[in-house]
Design a protein around this ligand. Structure first.
Ligand SMILES: [Cu+2]
Length: 344
């Protein structure tokens, strides 16, 4: 933690996201004794987190497939990695992320709209990414109308565990070292957790190993369920937020190029889901905790919050489905397809 967190927050650059600009954040409450007395505080939580590109060939993504006015859709979520903002403090590298919880209406299909709870106006929240050993600092502002929090998987101290609710209008700082390397997650841990996750407050947290993995076309696929009628059962399912999106808009990939998939099962109410890929086998790196694969298969089972790295490439051009083999989940939205583009 910096000596003076207020100073840190005041140094934040101006807001760049439309909604944050409109929030008028002066004088919001800040939790924690170290932040007390913040009446004059101008808490700027900009969306300035930088993105980095992967050193591989990625097919161009059509720009006209957005279905959400914000421009966030599963195709955007797919390869969008938030590396935060790098700061140097006392000779130490800090990777700072800024997260705001809000609400927004999401059109799940032509008949169903759903009031989601969002991190940075997205469901799922941004994919946060760091290297093992980085100091992580998350500036969290809750504008969601309900109490929320951010609980990260991985090693950290008790006070950074994110189980304490942060009330509406308040902010807090989570700070810890990124360890161990692997594919992790974060989610709101306010009770009932099923509801807070089911409403959309979850995201992936990737910690890269000290020596990077080989270059690949990297993407994230997060499976989730939607309890539309609040009967504690899911009526709809999705990859990266929207039911059936990748069936209507296949994910284009290149033939014979290594694909690295970061997969997460965030489905509440159903005890487990599998991930199955057609016409192929994938190498499994359980929880992303190894540098060499632990098995090869074409169906892997994940309980809620389980996640893995899967690697594969396709030999033949064409369209290939992926879906949980709990087929009723697939039939209700958790289904997509890769479109393999032949090498010239
Ligand atoms: Cu919450």
């Amino acid at each position: 933690m910096p000596k003076n967190p207020l100073l840190l927050l005041q140094q934040g650059k101006p807001l760049s996201r439309r909604k944050l600009l409109a929030l008028g954040l002066a004088g919001v409450g800040v939790t924690g004794a170290a932040l007390a007395g913040g009446n004059a505080l101008r808490l700027a939580l900009p969306g300035l987190n930088k993105k980095q590109t992967q050193p591989v060939r990625v097919p161009p993504v059509a720009s006209d497939i957005s279905v959400d006015p914000s421009g966030v859709n599963p195709m955007t979520v797919l390869r969008d990695f938030d590396y935060g903002t790098i700061k140097q403090e006392n000779g130490r590298k800090i990777r700072e992320f800024r997260i705001v919880a809000e609400n927004s209406m999401l059109q799940l299909n032509s008949a169903v709209s759903f009031n989601t709870w969002t991190f940075n106006e997205r469901v799922p929240g941004p994919t946060l990414r760091a290297k093992e050993g980085d100091r992580i600092r998350v500036l969290f502002l809750n504008q969601g109308g309900h109490s929320h929090s951010m609980h990260f998987h991985g090693f950290h101290r008790s006070e950074m565990d994110g189980v304490r609710p942060v009330r509406h209008g308040a902010a807090t700082i989570y700070e810890f070292d990124a360890e161990p390397f692997g594919v992790h997650l974060y989610h709101c841990h306010t009770e009932p957790v099923t509801r807070h996750i089911g409403k959309g407050l979850y995201g992936m947290f990737i910690i890269d190993p000290p020596e990077s993995r080989p270059p690949a076309d990297e993407m994230v696929l997060m499976m989730a369920g939607y309890d539309v009628d609040e009967d504690r059962k899911n009526e709809l399912y999705a990859f990266n937020g929207l039911p059936d999106y990748y069936m209507m808009h296949p994910i284009q990939i290149y033939q014979n190029q290594l694909i690295r998939l970061y997969v997460l099962n965030m489905i509440e109410f159903d005890v487990a889901a599998t991930f199955h890929l057609h016409a192929n086998m994938f190498q499994v790196y359980r929880t992303g905790r190894t540098l060499t694969p632990t098995e090869e298969t074409d169906v892997i089972t994940m309980g809620t919050a389980e996640r893995h790295i899967l690697e594969f490439s396709f030999r033949y051009p064409g369209k290939y489905m992926f879906h949980p083999h709990q087929d009723q989940m697939a039939e209700h939205g958790c289904m997509g397809q890769f479109e393999v583009i032949g090498s010239a």
